[in-house]
Design a protein around this ligand. Structure first.
Ligand SMILES: Nc1ncnc2c1ncn2[C@@H]1O[C@H](COP(=O)(O)OP(=O)(O)O)[C@@H](O)[C@H]1O
Ligand SMILES: O=C(O)[C@H](O)[C@@H](O)[C@H](O)[C@H](O)COP(=O)(O)O
Length: 205
């Protein structure tokens, strides 16, 4: 499957156990672009802290967010020869707070966010059912307390993850296409934005 270099980089965001890795992977496969899990970019110290049941703070997350931002800016791997346009990418990253997302977009301004929403009891049961993961379910409360939902002036959409994965992915693609459509409508024949800034698109869902 070839990558769609014309797509903006996508960050699938939300609290622990919302389904970022699962949905992100499936979404990337459907779009034919690379998938990267930001969990793999955490330092050993961050990982150890979370494993010990201690939530990360802003200082812990700052260098990690810069590493994630660098991935978004590169928009995924180049082709096999190492040249040509980079493919786009889907990154699973909690990106819980607005300043974190702004930090990511400082690296890669075209980034759009898909926030995964779920009822706390759904999250809790999924977190508890998951085995062999470094994130203890007890950290879910702090993740929910830290979450600053995607705001109306941030580029992206929200999808409910109560449905099976294939449905969640279809909803995400429809919402992303709607964002693309709105951006197209705002573009004049010379390719310059004549309407609202893409950055100011409403959050749907
Ligand atoms: N739509 C879904 N329906 C049912 N189970 C799901 C769904 N999405 C994710 N899961 C399950 O929930 C758990 C948490 O998902 P995961 O992708 O690891 O979340 P995150 O990356 O946000 O922590 C996993 O066991 C996963 O298989
Ligand atoms: O910002 C954070 O506190 C972390 O990024 C945190 O969100 C963690 O990395 C994951 O939630 C654990 O892994 P899962 O997202 O896969 O649960």
């Amino acid at each position: 499957m070839t990558g769609d270099a014309s797509r903006a980089p996508v960050v699938v965001m939300g609290v622990a156990a919302a389904g970022k890795s699962t949905v992100g992977q499936a979404l990337a496969a459907r779009l034919g672009v690379a998938f990267i899990d930001a969990d793999d970019l955490h330092s050993d110290a961050n990982r150890a802290k979370m494993s010990a049941g201690v939530p990360l703070d802003d200082d812990d997350r700052a260098p990690w967010l810069d590493a994630v931002g660098a991935v978004l800016a590169a928009r995924g791997p180049a082709d096999d020869e190492g040249d040509g346009p980079a493919a786009s990418v889907v990154v699973a990253c909690s990106a819980l707070r607005r300043p974190y997302r702004d930090r990511l977009r400082a690296h890669a301004p075209a980034t759009v966010f898909v926030q995964l929403d779920a009822a706390p009891e759904v999250l809790r049961s999924r977190a508890e059912a998951r085995t062999g993961h470094f994130m203890p379910p007890e950290l879910l409360d702090s993740q929910l307390a830290t979450l600053e939902p995607l705001a109306a002036d941030e580029p992206g959409c929200r999808v409910d993850v109560g449905a099976p994965v294939a449905e969640v992915v279809a909803d995400a693609i429809a919402a992303l296409d709607a964002l693309d459509g709105i951006a197209e409508l705002g573009r004049d024949p010379h390719g310059e934005s004549a309407g609202p800034d893409r950055d100011a698109l409403p959050v749907s869902g």
